[in-house]
Design a protein around this ligand. Structure first.
Ligand code: MSP
Length: 506
């Protein structure tokens, strides 16, 4: 299996991590865990984008020097992912010395080959996006993203001959050398390519913005956001670049589709670097049908959610209620409904019923399976859940993957009701049957723990411990049904996986 190099965007170091950043980073974590459990080697990178007007302005507002300011914000991002239980292989910063050196080397190369030129430019600039807009891209004269009128700017600058690569770029998408998923975003990119893409302004005069990377061929200018930030995907790999870069897949939201689908491949072509493989684009989390913003006071902080509901419940909600690629509306009420329903009543209740009976009838000791106790439909339901959920993760349809797993959990809960071990247990002669039923159900819980691990890592670990299984076996997905537990193996007394939340938020 090819290795996988998975990136999130590098987030602007001008404010603390919120729901949107958290979603993309969680998706990276789900994919990393999913593929690792299936034997694929995965390397993940996230980080912070630390140069540019926006950052310099945010620093000025706090009275800190830009470097001190980005040190602080960057540390917050890093510690947030750590506290949220999202391990990342490398955290890149655009102020890292290796990154700065790499950007300067690439700029020098492209300039030497004639793909960067000096010219004057007048255009409509959005500070929020840190890019120029063409008139036809505006909605009612406003930036479609920030809903503010762009500022007209005229100045001399350096330009990257992006337009010269337009035909080669279109061919890359036609030949599927670069995949863009879901399809709707590929179509959006193909539509953009029907118009001339033009050249890209890549510099700022230092007189206006000093907080950037100085151009190697003109010290009056710095480069900023896109030429700087996109290259971090490569610079982050250090000496593992040749090994990993050709297997790159980027996770982003739709807001930064154009820089990733148009600027970035042309930059790679000009720099003579291999292309990335796939661009995975998700929609936006909306708040009350609008944007999340500090001024509206509706910023959702990941660690607040963790404190209130537990990280796994938050992850489950985000992955279950957003169809990757489409927008979704964030609602804490909906989160609580998922927590109390799917998690507490679905998975939590199954685990506690089964492990409680196992304790009270057999002191936790696993009993033999008997032909009479075997219900083929139960292992079949879990085998189906595995097949379907794997196919759905392959298409990034995480909500469908979870649905498929929950169908098996529903089946298991129904199996408990139908076979009624709690009734049979009253008759001592039926005890072997009860033991056999519980053995089947423990196998169901074992497979459930393995299937939910990428989505709910902490829950999977806790369930695994309650089942008394060795931690190293959690990734052993191919353990045949009926072989995970030796007879007499002891399961532990259950503790609630998901305490219900009785008070509604708001
Ligand atoms: N620094 C640039 C990216 C450079 S990548 C080489 C940037 N930073 S950002 O902080 O604005 O992050 C944008 C990304 O954050 C989105 O693409 C997405 O991954 C995530 N999200 C931020 N808000 C979001 C929502 N409301 N909903 C979903 N994800 C969004 O752009």
């Amino acid at each position: 299996m090819d290795p996988l190099y998975l990136t999130t965007p590098i987030y602007y170091a001008n404010a603390e991590p919120h729901l949107g950043h958290t979603y993309t980073t969680i998706v990276a974590d789900v994919l990393a865990r999913f593929w690792r459990a299936r034997g694929r080697s995965v390397f993940t990178v996230t980080g912070t984008d630390e140069h540019g007007d926006k950052i310099a302005e945010a620093a000025a507002r706090t009275g800190l020097a830009p470097q001190a300011f980005v040190d602080r914000i960057s540390a917050t991002f890093r510690s947030t992912w750590e506290a949220a239980g999202i391990p990342i292989d490398h955290f890149v910063r655009t102020t890292d010395a290796e990154h700065v050196a790499f950007v300067r080397a690439v700029l020098g190369d492209i300039h030497a080959r004639g793909d960067i030129y000096f010219g004057s430019y007048r255009g409509l600039y959005c500070y929020g996006c840190e890019r120029f807009y063409q008139e036809r891209e505006l909605v009612d004269g406003l930036c479609p993203d920030h809903r503010v009128a762009p500022t007209e700017i005229a100045e001399e600058n350096y330009f990257f001959r992006m337009g010269a690569y337009q035909e080669r770029l279109a061919a890359l998408f036609d030949e599927a050398r670069i995949a863009i998923v879901p399809d709707r975003y590929r179509n959006e990119v193909l539509a953009l390519l029907r118009e001339p893409i033009g050249d890209l302004c890549i510099s700022r005069p230092k007189s206006r913005l000093a907080w950037g990377i100085e151009l190697p061929f003109d010290d009056r200018y710095v480069t900023y956001v896109w030429f700087d930030a996109l290259l971090s995907y490569v610079s982050a790999l250090g000496d593992r670049r040749d090994e990993l870069w050709p297997y790159a897949e980027h996770l982003i939201a739709k807001d930064i589709l154009k820089p990733h689908a148009i600027y970035w491949p042309t930059m790679l072509l000009a720099a003579r670097l291999p292309l990335y493989r796939r661009l995975c684009v998700h929609g936006y989390w909306q708040m009350d049908a609008g944007k999340m913003s500090k001024s509206l006071g509706n910023v959702v902080r990941p660690l607040d959610m963790k404190a209130r509901y537990g990280m796994d419940a938050f992850r489950y909600y985000l992955l279950r209620d957003m169809a990757f690629g489409q927008d979704a509306e964030f609602s804490e009420v909906a989160l609580v409904a998922r927590l109390n329903g799917d998690l507490a009543n679905g998975l939590g209740n199954l685990a506690s019923r089964v492990l409680r009976m196992q304790q009270s009838y057999f002191q936790g000791a696993i009993q033999p399976r008997t032909p009479e106790g075997v219900d083929d439909a139960l292992p079949a339901a879990f085998a189906r859940a595995r097949g379907e959920s794997e196919a759905h993760v392959g298409e990034l349809a995480f909500h469908r993957a979870l649905e498929a797993i929950w169908r098996a959990l529903d089946h298991a809960n129904k199996y408990v009701t139908d076979t009624a071990p709690f009734t049979l247990a009253k008759d001592p002669a039926r005890r072997p049957r009860v033991g056999a039923i519980l053995h089947e159900l423990c196998e169901g819980l074992r497979v459930a723990a393995q299937l939910v691990e990428p989505f709910l890592p902490e829950t999977a670990r806790r369930l695994w411990t309650m089942l008394g299984l060795p931690p190293g076996r959690l990734a052993a997905l191919d353990t045949p049904w009926g072989t995970a537990f030796a007879i007499g193996h002891r399961t532990a007394a259950p503790e609630a996986l998901f305490p219900r939340v009785e008070t509604l938020p708001g």
